[in-house]
Ligand binder design. Structure first.
Ligand SMILES: [Zn+2]
Length: 175
């Protein structure tokens, strides 16, 4: 890969489109093959924001689908093969490692659009299930706290009317 190591006396800062902060260009991923971010070398989304999005998407849709979405945002190729290799050989998948793997020859001159032609897609059906499960969990947690409030309310009314003794066993109401 051709690497220009031109140094500027004072490197201009780049604004992140997500957090709005201006940061040094080393805080951004370089994408010289993008057809989207064609007028600049860096994708205008800082590394911290990429990591935050990756975590959010992982929580909602699972790690593999999260990587797929981040690749779309950064306009870089998605490679299921690379993902699996990293996930299987390291204790924890890290995006930095994935990026480094992409810099190998086979991905040169490619953007996210290339993933369409390889048919390399994560199991998005599984991603949908993960999403449904976490939504369901949130709903159930709300239901549980609502029920707990209702139970406390009923118990208070019963205690007022003298139908249960105040010291009645209320272990069911403890969290
Ligand atoms: Zn940012």
């Amino acid at each position: 890969m051709k690497r220009k190591t031109k140094k500027y006396p004072s490197a201009p800062l780049i604004g992140c489109v997500r957090c709005g902060e201006s940061k040094a260009e080393t805080e951004f991923y370089t994408n010289r093959w993008s057809r989207v971010y064609a007028s600049q070398k860096q994708v205008p989304l800082c590394k911290d924001c990429v990591q935050a999005l990756l975590e959010e998407y992982t929580y909602k849709y699972g790690e593999e689908a999260a990587l797929f979405l981040i690749c779309a945002v950064l306009d870089i190729p998605y490679s299921m093969e690379r993902y699996k290799q990293i996930a299987e050989t390291t204790p924890q998948f890290t995006f930095g490692r994935y990026i480094r793997q992409l810099q190998m020859n086979q991905f040169r001159n490619q953007s996210f659009a290339a993933s369409v032609t390889t048919g390399d897609f994560p199991d998005l059906g599984q991603a949908a299930k993960v999403s449904v499960t976490s939504e369901r969990l949130n709903r159930l947690q709300k239901d549980v706290s609502t029920l707990r409030e209702e139970l406390l309310d009923i118990r208070a009314k019963l205690a007022e009317s003298g139908n249960i003794h105040k010291s009645a066993n209320d272990s069911v109401l403890r969290e």
